[in-house]
Design a binder for this molecule. Structure first.
Ligand SMILES: CC(=O)SCCNC(=O)CCNC(=O)[C@H](O)C(C)(C)COP(=O)(O)OP(=O)(O)OC[C@H]1O[C@@H](n2cnc3c(N)ncnc32)[C@H](O)[C@@H]1OP(=O)(O)O
Length: 146
């Protein structure tokens, strides 16, 4: 059986976060590539938008919209066949909006079990009503960030 210590050392390899929740795993395919053969940044942004919505949805208890991408950093390229893991944490709840931090880690095609941070982002979602207008985030029994 191969162990982590028997894999070749990769200086970019990091440990997965223990203080964030795994909210999505996905593997990009050739159709998601840009002209360089790397994965298109817009595809990564779409996945982050989906992943980032998972925790706010628990608080919004209904319709939401993405209002802002506060920060988005592509730290390393994403490649076809990488296994991407999206970790998220709620960083702020306002009156109608919620902000999350999302970190994306790649296991390269030939070095599963080694994680490279490829992207990090901060995204804000707003709870909206049937007319698409902001509505207060309902009081919740879930713990909120301080
Ligand atoms: C174009 C696209 O398809 S983007 C992807 C999908 N998203 C959308 O379609 C959303 C389009 N936008 C909208 O419909 C509207 O902007 C809405 C409904 C999200 C918000 O409506 P607004 O009239 O701007 O609401 P308002 O000014 O009251 O702000 C609502 C909340 O968003 C927050 N907010 C607004 N703009 C920003 C911003 N740039 N960054 C961070 N938070 C923001 C406000 O601080 C407020 O939060 P709070 O109540 O917790 O204090």
């Amino acid at each position: 059986m191969s162990t982590e210590s028997s894999l070749p050392h990769d200086p970019l390899s990091v440990k997965l976060p223990l203080d964030k929740e795994l909210v999505l795993k996905v593997i990009p395919m050739p159709a998601d590539c840009n002209a360089n053969g790397d994965i298109f940044g817009g595809w990564v942004m779409a996945q982050v938008d989906l992943a980032g919505s998972v925790i706010p949805a628990r608080y919004a208890e209904g319709r939401m919209a993405t209002v802002a991408v506060n920060e988005f950093i592509f730290k390393q390229p994403v490649r076809v066949g990488d296994i991407l893991s999206f970790y998220s944490e709620l960083t702020r709840i306002g009156r109608t909006s919620m902000t999350v931090k999302v970190e994306v880690y790649a296991e390269r095609f030939h070095s599963q079990g080694r994680y490279i941070k490829v992207t990090e982002a901060s995204v804000t979602y707003v709870a909206i009503d049937d007319a698409g207008q902001p509505r207060p985030v309902p009081p919740s029994s879930l713990p909120r960030p301080q």
